[in-house]
Design a protein around this ligand. Structure first.
Ligand SMILES: *[C@@H]1O[C@H](CO)[C@@H](O)[C@H](O)[C@H]1NC(C)=O
Ligand SMILES: *[C@@H]1O[C@H](CO)[C@@H](O)[C@H](O)[C@H]1NC(C)=O
Ligand SMILES: *[C@@H]1O[C@H](CO)[C@@H](O)[C@H](O)[C@H]1NC(C)=O
Ligand SMILES: *[C@@H]1O[C@H](CO)[C@@H](O)[C@H](O)[C@H]1NC(C)=O
Ligand SMILES: *[C@@H]1O[C@H](CO)[C@@H](O)[C@H](O)[C@H]1NC(C)=O
Ligand SMILES: *[C@@H]1O[C@H](CO)[C@@H](O)[C@H](O)[C@H]1NC(C)=O
Ligand SMILES: *[C@@H]1O[C@H](CO)[C@@H](O)[C@H](O)[C@H]1NC(C)=O
Length: 362
């Protein structure tokens, strides 16, 4: 079944495969990243990773990603964000679910199940460092969250830093995290007081270690590198505090009743390397402000652009990564698949959720 052309192509890449595979192992898809500190590279993040806009959600306008968490990881995403909500059943028991703003709007299942899929991926990708960022919408305690990490089995990969305040110098290299098999870094925004738990010391308060620019941007001209959270930081003090910069880079659009949803039609520019409001332009702008690239960038519709191209470029590994699976760079919509229902379903859900008085936040 192989054409002579395929064979020729295979033969031409053979020497390359041999040299990289035998000489050096790739860390996060590149040998040149192994000796870099965790905070010295740029990690591509999938914003609201489990909230899908695909046939499984009838293409919900609340969905931020076209492809699921496993596909994201396969394609080079290394930070996964999600919102954790408490879902009470009529029998009085409660579960921790991943929901977008409200579980009536989009419920992506339990936290433990999602962690289980990430663990499965990490089991078969032993040279990859993964970061999870949980938005703690209903104030879950460290033991509420930690018990989910434990039951999924992913806690075996959890890294606990030896420091409890921000530091710009002590984060380990990717290869040391990999050789110790402590390849999962977990941030929570935020943990209730008391924020630490001796049982779950790997659950890290995000804003102790990370600062972010603003989100809820609705115009491609309005991205900013200025610190927004935690409060009280300026561009001058944010990095000197030792925190890592997470750049939110996704565009929202106004929906009914002041609710916002991800802007899908402009995603090919938002996630591009150049253009007004592009990821590449924003990385370059913030690199100018801070004299170093963001440690994390968080995007919607990660496959479009593709967003990973800007991240590879700033990491100095453009077109030289290994071990990724390719994914379409196109948008998914109900005309490209057999999905039915589509947008109407989610608008009805939005209205119902507003009527029952749910507070929305992205
Ligand atoms: C991290 O980056 C700084 C410069 O920004 C460099 O001096 C240092 O050697 C780097 N460390 C690692 C481990 O990558
Ligand atoms: C679920 O139940 C807990 C404990 O009774 C309560 O504090 C919480 O507000 C409830 N959450 C929701 C979303 O109803
Ligand atoms: C790896 O494990 C060794 C031995 O326990 C320890 O000294 C070292 O600090 C660990 N490295 C990291 C990055 O955790
Ligand atoms: C963009 O930012 C400007 C200046 O802060 C503000 O006046 C304007 O309302 C913003 N536009 C949008 C669409 O948010
Ligand atoms: C998405 O963003 C683009 C660029 O700003 C804008 O032209 C378009 O109207 C936005 N879409 C919606 C539905 O607001
Ligand atoms: C983005 O998509 C629009 C609509 O399909 C197209 O006109 C435009 O050229 C695309 N821009 C980029 C940068 O791909
Ligand atoms: C990477 O590949 C793309 C598409 O093939 C090309 O446009 C770009 O110039 C390449 N970048 C580098 C740094 O080689």
């Amino acid at each position: 079944m192989f054409s002579s052309r395929t064979l020729l192509q295979a033969a031409s890449i053979l020497p390359f495969l041999y040299s990289t595979a035998s000489a050096q192992t790739a860390c996060n898809n590149s040998p040149s990243l192994c000796d870099k500190a965790y905070n010295n590279i740029t990690h591509l993040g999938a914003h609201d990773s489990p909230f899908l806009r695909d046939a499984s959600t009838s293409f919900s306008t609340s969905g931020n990603q076209y492809y699921d968490t496993t596909t994201q990881l396969d394609a080079g995403v290394r930070l996964l964000s999600a919102q954790v909500h408490q879902q009470n059943s009529t029998s009085g028991s409660s579960e921790w679910h991943l929901c977008h703003s409200s579980c009536d709007l989009l419920d992506a299942g339990t936290l433990a199940a999602w962690l289980g899929t990430i663990k499965t991926w990490m089991d078969s990708n032993p040279n990859d460092v993964v970061t999870i960022l949980l938005v703690n919408s209903d104030n879950a305690s460290p033991s509420d969250l930690g018990s989910q990490f434990k039951s999924s089995g992913i806690d075996k990969y959890a890294y606990t830093p030896p420091f409890t305040t921000a530091t710009s110098t002590q984060w380990p290299t990717l290869s040391s995290l990999i050789s110790n098999n402590t390849r999962l870094i977990t941030f929570v925004a935020s943990l209730p007081t008391p924020s630490s738990s001796t049982d779950y010391p790997y659950l890290l308060n995000e804003f102790t270690h990370v600062f972010e620019n603003g989100f809820e941007v609705t115009s491609p001209s309005n991205y900013s590198c200025t610190p927004d959270r935690p409060s009280g930081l300026t561009t001058a003090t944010a990095l000197s505090s030792g925190r890592m910069f997470l750049s939110n880079h996704f565009l929202e659009q106004d929906q009914l009743l002041g609710i916002q949803s991800p802007n899908d039609t402009y995603a090919n520019v938002t996630n591009a390397q150049t253009g007004l409001g592009s990821l590449g332009a924003s990385i370059a702008e913030c690199e100018g402000v801070y004299n170093r690239a963001p440690t994390f960038v968080l995007v919607d519709f990660f496959n479009v652009g593709p967003a990973v191209a800007s991240v590879d470029a700033v990491n100095g590994v453009a077109n030289s990564t290994t071990g990724r699976k390719s994914v379409s760079t196109e948008a998914l919509d109900d005309s490209t698949t057999s999905g039915v229902g589509g947008r109407r379903t989610s608008v009805v859900a939005v209205v119902v959720a507003v009527v029952v008085g749910v507070a929305f936040s992205l």
